[in-house]
Ligand binder design. Sequence first.
Ligand SMILES: *[C@@H]1O[C@H](CO)[C@@H](O)[C@H](O)[C@H]1NC(C)=O
Ligand SMILES: *[C@@H]1O[C@H](CO)[C@@H](O)[C@H](O)[C@H]1NC(C)=O
Length: 205
Amino acid sequence: MGQPNLSLLLVLLSFSTVTVCYPTGAPISACETMMPGHVGIFPQPKPAPYIIKTNSSSVKSGRPIQVQIVGPAYRGILLQTRTFAQTTLFGKWLQPPNNTKILACPKNPVGAITHANTNLKDQSTTYIWMPPDSGSPPVLFFIATVAEAYDKYWLGIQSAILYQYSVETSGVISGSIETSGANEITWATNIFTVTFLQFTKSLLF
Ligand SMILES: *[C@@H]1O[C@H](CO)[C@@H](O)[C@H](O)[C@H]1NC(C)=O
Ligand SMILES: *[C@@H]1O[C@H](CO)[C@@H](O)[C@H](O)[C@H]1NC(C)=O
C-alpha cells in the first residue's frame, strides 16, 4: 500500500510545480527577460496578433504618451519602454488602468506595468507613460509580452520607434525660421528622418 501511494504523491507534487503561474502579475524576475513564469510553455511564434499603439511618434519630456494594446482581448501583460541593445527601462508609468499595476523592477521601480489579475483587458485599456525628464535616448520603443491565455503568449512585441523631440530640433524651428505650422512639421519630420538614418547607419556599419 505504501509504495504506490508514495509515487502518486510524487506525481502530484511535480504537477503542482509545473503549474506555477502569475495570476496577479509578472514576477520581478521577468523584468529583463520579459518571460512569464509559465514553466514549460513556450512563446507563440511571431507575428503576434497584437499591435502596440501610441498617440505620438515622438518623445518629449513632460509630455505623456498614451499606449494601447490592439488585438484580441488579453489577460496578462508586461509592458516597458526601452532603447536598442540595453535593458534599461525608461520613464515612468502613471495611474495603472483597472486590473493592472506597476511592477517595481530593480533598475526602475516605476518603469514596468503588469496585470493585477486575469480579468480580460482590451484596446480600451489605456496605459499612460511619462518620458524621463533627462537622459532619454534618441530613439525609444515600447515592448510587451502579452498573454491571451495562460498557455498562449507572445514575447517581446515591439511598437514602432519613437524619436526624441530634441531641444536642438525645437531650437532650430522656433529660433531661426518664421514659418507656418505646416512647414514646422516638415522641418521636424526631416530632422527626425536624419536622426533615424544616422541611427540605422550606426546599426548597420
Ligand atoms: C497623448 O495622450 C496623453 C494622455 O492622454 C496626453 O496628455 C497627450 O497630450 C497626448 N499626446 C498627443 C500628441 O496627442
Ligand atoms: C475602473 O473600475 C472602477 C471601479 O470598479 C469603475 O468605477 C471605473 O469605471 C473603471 N474604469 C474604467 C476605465 O473602466
